[in-house]
Write a protein that binds this ligand. Structure first.
Ligand code: FES
Length: 111
């Protein structure tokens, strides 16, 4: 499985408690960096009405959607609290600051 990871840049390309996006043939994937420098990746599409999660507020290991405030776990992609819904997540590796994402989890190769 490890050979299926592809490089997507350096952790310093992402602000702490922020995100950047990578484009794939099937849509954008948001790559989040927490205040503790953990990195998570998931589809940049809220399960409620498609809000851009990459523009949401990162707090702890969760992100709040900028449109209607649904809170999504960065670890599981599941809505937290009373809300229901799930976002597809992708495994991310951090190796000496270099980030890579599991290619086998992607619908097609990232650009
Ligand atoms: S679109 Fe994200 S909470 Fe509504």
């Amino acid at each position: 499985m490890s050979s299926d990871f592809i490089a997507i840049g350096h952790i310093d390309d992402i602000p702490q408690r922020g995100a950047r996006c990578i484009n794939t043939a099937f849509g954008r994937i948001a790559v989040f960096r927490t205040a503790e420098d953990d990195v998570f990746a998931m589809n940049d599409r809220c399960p409620h009405k498609g809000g851009p999660l990459s523009q949401g507020l990162v707090h702890g290991r969760a992100v709040t959607c900028p449109l209607h405030n649904m809170v999504i776990s960065l670890e599981s992609g599941e809505a937290l609290g009373a809300d229901e819904g799930e976002v597809r997540t992708y495994p991310v590796r951090v190796d000496d600051g270099q980030l890579s994402i599991a290619l086998s989890a992607l619908p097609l190769a990232a650009e």
